[in-house]
Write a protein that binds this ligand. Structure first.
Ligand code: CA
Ligand code: CA
Length: 335
């Protein structure tokens, strides 16, 4: 017995040391250990706590692996709750919730909330100003896995936190959730890929950057970033961006540089068409002089917002298109 104890002690210390080292060096650590709802022991889902009977692990559908969390919420005054373990909040870290959700049917397109609960030392919930809670409510599409990725807030003096997957009290739905991650990140780890409404940072499909921006047309018909202060690109003759296309769909999306003129009615912008006739990575270069001018933009010295759109402008919408892009920047291009 004594020999066994002697043997285990150094090993235990070594394992602990390695885990701490890995966490300290990983700029993007997923704290949830059974993100994919794959591990079940003695009939119980590991890591997660299922509250009530509206949510359970299911083999009917999975984003990855063989299982996911299935929610069947037929109530309009109650919701489902699935809880993660409790984690300690690390100062000077940023937190993000990401994952996938699939709507079979629902009374609304956003019947689910994935919450980050802030807790004090005693485990009591800490809320933000005005009782605010931090959560992601992905806009779902029936019959399709939809990705969500959003920064979440740890409020006030919270010392602990916990993820809660919930169907809203007022909503009714049948839905699946899979690959839920709580990311603990070093500030700035997603670089320029952060802040795109309708898109999310992706470190799996990249060209040279750490992260690209993933935009699935089915999940958002625009992917858009607002710049404050506005960009001044007036010293350049054009711009370039690396784009990854998942299929040569034959349709197009449009890239819009918005330069709002407060003196005129309607949106003011420059546009360039991006025909989707390739797969993989390709650099897309365009000259400002070749862009179409919509109404009366202030000018390239004041670009407040840049967005790609998959609808409007007589575009043909294709819900199967998934684009990734990175390194969008102004350039002086040879003519
Ligand atoms: Ca899974
Ligand atoms: Ca409900």
């Amino acid at each position: 017995m004594r020999a066994t104890t002697r043997c285990l002690r150094p090993l235990g210390a070594a394992v602990l040391f390695c885990a701490v080292q890995a966490g300290a060096q990983n700029p993007r650590l997923n704290l949830l250990k059974n993100s994919g709802f794959e591990q079940v022991k003695d009939g119980n889902l590991e890591e997660w706590t299922l509250v009530g009977n509206m949510a359970n692990v299911s083999t009917e559908r999975a984003h990855a692996g063989k299982q996911s969390l299935k929610i069947v919420d037929a109530e309009d005054k109650k919701g489902s709750s699935t809880l993660s373990p409790t984690f300690s909040v690390i100062p000077k870290r940023e937190y993000f919730l990401k994952g996938w959700a699939y709507l079979v049917q629902g009374s609304t397109r956003n019947p689910l909330g994935i919450y980050l609960w802030s807790l004090d030392e005693q485990g009591k919930e800490v809320r933000g100003p005005g009782g605010k809670q931090s959560f992601v409510a992905p806009r779902l599409t029936e019959g399709r896995w939809v990705h969500f990725f959003q920064p979440v807030t740890v409020f006030g003096e919270a010392r602990k936190m916990r993820v809660l997957v919930r169907s809203f009290d007022a909503a009714q739905c049948t839905a699946f959730v899979d690959d839920v991650e709580l990311l603990e990140c070093f500030p700035g780890v997603f670089g320029d890929a952060l802040g795109w409404q309708g898109g999310s940072p992706d470190h799996l499909v990249t060209h040279t950057a750490e992260c690209s921006v993933r935009w699935a047309c089915a999940e958002a018909d625009q992917v858009s970033k607002t710049f404050q202060p506005p960009l001044d690109w007036s010293k350049y003759s054009g711009a370039s961006v690396w784009i990854h296309s998942n299929l040569a769909a034959g349709n197009a999306v449009i890239l819009v540089l918005a330069s709002e003129n407060p003196k005129t009615e309607g949106p003011d912008y420059y546009t360039v068409l991006v025909p989707l006739d390739w797969t993989g990575w390709r650099q897309f270069v365009f000259a400002f002089k070749d862009m179409k001018v919509g109404r009366t933009p202030i000018g390239l010295k004041r670009i407040e917002r840049i967005y790609f759109a998959a609808t409007g402008w007589n575009l043909t919408f294709n819900p199967n298109v998934v684009l990734h892009f990175e390194d969008l920047k102004p350039a002086n291009i040879s003519q």
